[in-house]
Design a protein. Structure first.
Length: 371
């Protein structure tokens, strides 16, 4: 039978992600629009974005937060170009974005002393291969594979290298062991459902020390430069951005941070995402034709939930198209480089009731194309 109840919000995209419940542009603080980002009001808003991020995430003393250009990609590229090459590098990759950082290290930076550890979609590489004397680059959550790092036990407390973590689909949804992470990057359009084009860069004191003591042998574009005369450009982490940001996007991000605080803070956002995953897990456990792409239960992502089906690739596309035509689920096809399947965002901005309404439609659409 065709279901009759539809999700109130059918937006389940993994990026840009769904706006928070109750979102309206009319609720944004827009007094910065039309003003210079260098004005006192502009710097105040950008500075608040950095300060409130640190507060909501509960960052350790001495960690810095900055707004940087070009989304999470810009933040990752910026730090790779700025600090790698000082030590041997271990790169772990098991999906599209992690493999992208590996490609950059090999083909663009041309690092000589590099070890790569890779795994197919659905699996993690052997993280225990990380050498504590090497720099380490990895994603916390494989956005396109639905496989997350379950813990940081493999990261040494006595490491001498830096850990560089792309956490764009993990931060605000998973417990991050900050003391074990020296650089963390993310973007507004992921877990908080913000707008695109802006990246966030979190630095530990150890990362700052590397930046101030190491000069990479390659040229650095202006938007990558984090130091001047051997010292960190502190203004970047106080609201003085490298290039011109969208003040409308900044207002949108501040609204998202306020919302996280209003629902009970970081722990509440994490619990909401985990509850969303549990909803899908119940459905998967009771239907034989659908399963998680992640092979290990403790590695199943609670944000970008990737699902495999016992259908041909063309049938999966038909199923995704049917759901969009019915306006019950938009943008839930697997990432273009990933195996055919579904990818359903389960971050905190998605309501559990909408997932519960979606699941019967998945069964209906499957039966339509499997016949």
């Amino acid at each position: 039978m065709k279901p009759t109840t539809k999700p109130n919000n059918p937006n389940f995209s993994s990026g840009p992600c769904s706006k928070r419940p109750g979102y309206s542009v009319e609720n944004l603080q827009l007094d910065t629009l039309g003003r210079s980002h260098r004005s006192s009001i502009g710097k105040q808003a950008l500075g608040k974005a950095c300060e409130q991020t640190a507060k909501v995430l509960g960052l350790p003393e001495g960690y810095r937060v900055g707004v940087v250009p070009a989304s999470d990609t810009g933040a990752v590229e910026m730090i790779m170009w700025s600090v790698l090459g000082a030590r041997p590098v271990d790169i772990f990759a098991w999906e599209s974005f992690g493999r992208g950082w590996l490609t950059d290290a090999v083909k663009q930076l041309k690092l000589d002393d590099l070890n790569s550890y890779t795994a197919d979609y659905g699996l993690l590489p052997d993280l225990t291969q990380a050498n504590p004397d090497h720099d380490c680059v990895f994603t916390w959550n494989g956005t396109t594979s639905g496989v997350k790092v379950p813990n940081a036990d493999w990261i040494s407390d006595d490491r001498t290298g830096l850990t560089i973590c792309d956490a764009t689909s993990a931060v605000f949804a998973m417990d991050m062991p900050w003391e074990k992470l020296d650089v963390v990057t993310y973007s507004w359009q992921k877990v908080l459902g913000g707008e695109g084009a802006h990246g966030m860069l979190i630095l530990s004191p150890r990362a700052v020390e590397r930046l101030e003591s190491y000069n990479p042998p390659w040229p650095l574009p202006k938007i990558f430069r984090l130091t001047k005369a051997g010292k960190l450009i502190e203004g970047i982490f106080r609201g003085a951005t490298i290039n011109t940001p969208s003040m409308l996007c900044v207002a949108d991000y501040l609204d998202a941070l306020d919302w996280v605080e209003s629902i009970g803070g970081l722990s509440a956002a994490i619990a909401k995402s985990e509850s969303n995953l549990a909803t899908i897990k119940g459905f998967v456990d009771s239907h034989s034709w659908i399963d998680f792409l992640a092979q290990e239960p403790q590695q199943v992502s609670n944000t970008s939930v990737c699902l495999s089906l016992d259908l041909e690739a063309d049938q999966v596309k038909q199923m995704v198209s049917l759901l969009a035509q019915e306006s019950v689920a938009f943008d839930i096809g697997a990432y273009r480089d990933a195996p055919a399947g579904l990818r359903i965002w389960c971050g905190a901005t998605v309501e559990q009731s909408d997932l519960e309404a979606l699941l019967p439609w998945l069964e209906w659409a499957y039966n339509q194309v499997a016949q």
